[in-house]
Design a protein around this ligand. Structure first.
Ligand code: ZN
Length: 193
């Protein structure tokens, strides 16, 4: 976007030099351009907002049952190491009057994932956005992720998987509602849990 390409390319060229590489050698010649493009895509969530992603898909409906969308794949970048973390996000909410088109939930997840993130903030951003926009009786978001920064750096391998959850409203107050949701997301051949 607007002029950041060349700056980013220059920075990547400098980064390659700092690594002890020769940015002019054949294999690396186009790398700064490719990396700049990749980062533009991986951080495209900064140039989107909730309004663009959700608002046109909001419906008013008398619907009482729990709405569940599970196994939403996401890929994000940890803000501590600029390395990927990825996994699955599970969302449920108890509508009050507003519901949102189901295909929009993965897009919301994607919008927040395509920014530099930490697991906990990512989980909170998704849940708080849904709470604010839908004003549901309850919302819960569970995020399971695998951290490349842990795996690749060879540290804390046993802790490279992380699960966080946010429970709001009915999910926080009602153990039965919470259990129903956990049951639903476990009823699968889970990748990570
Ligand atoms: Zn990290």
């Amino acid at each position: 976007m607007g002029g950041e390409g060349p700056t980013m390319e220059r920075l990547i060229r400098d980064l390659l030099k700092e690594m002890g590489e020769d940015p002019a050698r054949e294999g690396l010649e186009k790398t700064p351009t490719r990396v700049a493009k990749a980062w533009e895509y991986l951080t495209s969530g900064y140039r989107q907002n909730v309004h663009d992603v959700l608002n046109e898909a909001l419906l008013t409906e008398e619907y009482d049952e729990m709405v569940v969308v599970k196994d939403i794949d996401f890929y994000s970048i940890c803000e501590h190491h600029l390395l990927p973390f990825f996994g699955k996000c599970h969302i449920a909410y108890m509508p009050s009057r507003k519901i949102v088109g189901l295909t929009k939930l993965p897009r919301l997840v994607e919008m927040f994932a395509r920014r530099l993130q930490v697991h906990e903030r990512f989980t909170t951003q998704v849940s708080h956005t849904l709470e604010a926009v839908l004003q549901p009786r309850g919302v819960t978001v569970v995020v399971e992720a695998l951290y490349m920064c842990m795996l690749m750096r060879g540290v804390e391998k046993q802790n490279s998987k992380a699960v966080t959850s946010a429970m709001l409203g009915a999910f926080r107050e009602n153990a039965e509602t919470r259990a129903e949701f956990m049951e639903l997301i476990r009823a699968r051949g889970g990748l990570l849990i």
